[in-house]
Design a protein around this ligand. Structure first.
Ligand code: 5AD
Ligand code: SF4
Length: 444
């Protein structure tokens, strides 16, 4: 049975920044093929869910959402529904069978085939492509910026991950690590600047292992970052994520040298205990991690450091947990993303270890970590009081239309009185009050 030919599409994105960046690639591929972005879900002929598998909870949310689509389909029988991203890759046919709802499934390396897959779906066949690739970087695709503030944008510089941290599904869902050619990255950055963007974030699962040798000499991450910073001093450059093992002195010196490379490093530690780090296959010790923190603080003046922490990993003892709290204090993180361990099928940890920390212990340890981080963030913000920061204005504050908001180099949000600046302008702001999440400032 042939379906009505779709014309408009709507993408719902879940998960990490990489997924948001991928959705912009998908939008570009579909737009090139004549499809038109819909303003909302209800006016779309196709809805695509770009999904995340990082924790069970993320997948549960998407399954719930699919139940909602089941009821929506009753009201809009022609609505086509597609699943993209990590969960599409991870669950493949199983989900297709289970849900009996999806018209299309495409993994993270199959987005170029979306027009063909949609064609197949129109002709009444369920379309699925979850082949992973060793070289796809979508380098030539000019992303359509979705939900953009017109000031900051993501640029994907590499895909996949081969670190195989034992808890992590990413290497299975996103495949082999590969770096995108530098010229296409720099061109995308330059084009964004010309369009008025003032901040780019170079994205990859592990940007520190970026390497490309297609310009006669190998270009590595510090070199790429430097070239991006040289495009224009008014263009801020950020990056995420770094693996602690791979962060080098050369990189830290590059960050220190350029005022427009933001003084903010996201350095996921995951745990403060050596036996746990070893089981996680993180390939560094607590001491080595803290050594990197000292190097950051020595080489870069006023650099914010954020982290990711997983609590309740297999066999984690109370002593291990205390070691994590202790490391947090010693590193004095400015911000932390904190998670309860969630066992993922296929991973080394799922095969080798037992998810044996009871849920209420995980919960309690997580709360202790969150409350300590709350204090550390508050202390970090209090230290900023009286200091003047260069803030890149992003827009009008949500709380008051007489105030603007933006971020400083350290990635902290400042809210300050509107003195006529526009989004994309730089404002000099003195921090005068602090909560654990925001700095309140005055224009200087
Ligand atoms: N359970 C809980 N948290 C996880 N992360 C990755 N895999 C898992 C998992 N199985 C966290 C890590 C990573 C962040 C993106 O998500 O902290 O850095
Ligand atoms: Fe997962 Fe580790 Fe790769 Fe990060 S570095 S994506 S945690 S395997």
């Amino acid at each position: 049975m042939n379906r009505k030919r779709p014309h408009t599409f709507f993408i719902e994105t879940y998960g990490c920044q990489m997924n948001f960046s991928d959705s912009e690639i998908v939008a570009s591929i579909l737009t090139e093929d004549g499809f038109v972005p819909a303003t909302d879900l209800f006016s779309a002929d196709i809805v695509l869910l770009n999904t995340c598998s990082i924790r069970e909870h993320a997948e549960d949310r998407i399954r719930k959402r699919l139940h909602y689509f089941r009821s929506l389909r009753k009201k809009k029988p022609d609505l086509m529904i597609g699943l993209l991203g990590c969960m599409a890759e991870r669950t493949k046919l199983a989900l297709l069978e289970e849900e009996q709802l999806l018209d299309l499934i495409a993994g993270p390396d199959s987005y170029r085939h979306l027009p063909g897959l949609l064609e197949q779906a129109v002709s009444g066949h369920r379309a699925i492509d979850t082949m992973l690739s060793s070289d796809e970087t979508y380098a030539d695709i000019n992303p359509v910026r979705l939900d953009s503030n017109g000031v900051s944008a993501f640029i994907s510089i590499m895909r996949g991950c081969e670190n195989f941290c034992s808890y992590c599904v990413v290497p299975y869902a996103r495949g082999q690590e590969r770096s995108r050619d530098a010229a296409s990255i720099l061109k995308e950055a330059k084009d964004l600047f010309i369009q008025g963007y003032r901040e780019i974030t170079l994205l990859g699962q592990n940007v520190n292992s970026y390497a490309r040798d297609d310009t006669n000499s190998v270009i590595r991450f510090p070199g790429l970052l430097e070239q991006a910073a040289r495009l224009d001093p008014r263009l801020r450059v950020r990056f995420a994520t770094s693996h602690p093992r791979d962060i080098s002195i050369e990189l830290l010196e590059t960050i220190a040298r350029y005022p427009n490379i933001c003084k903010s490093i996201h350095l996921p530690v995951q745990s403060g205990s050596n036996p746990v780090l070893d089981k996680m296959n993180r390939k560094y010790t607590r001491e080595e991690y803290l050594e990197k923190i000292r190097a950051i603080r020595n080489i870069i003046g006023n650099c914010a450091i954020s982290t990711d922490i997983i609590t309740g990993f297999c066999d984690e003892t109370e002593e291990d947990h205390l070691q994590t709290l202790d490391l947090m204090r010693e590193a004095a993180f400015d911000y932390a993303f904190t998670f309860k361990y969630s066992e993922r099928p296929q991973t080394l940890a799922a095969e080798k270890y037992k998810d044996n920390v009871p849920p209420d212990t995980k919960e309690r340890r997580l709360n202790e970590i969150i409350s300590l981080q709350h204090k550390l963030s508050m202390q970090s913000n209090q230290k900023d009081l009286g200091q003047v920061f260069e803030v890149l204005v992003e827009g009008v504050s949500r709380r008051s239309d007489k105030h603007l908001f933006g971020r400083n180099s350290q990635n902290k949000v400042l809210v300050f009185p509107d003195m006529g600046q526009k989004a994309g302008d730089y404002a000099e702001v003195r921090a005068i009050r602090a909560t654990s999440a925001t700095l309140i400032g005055e224009s200087v």
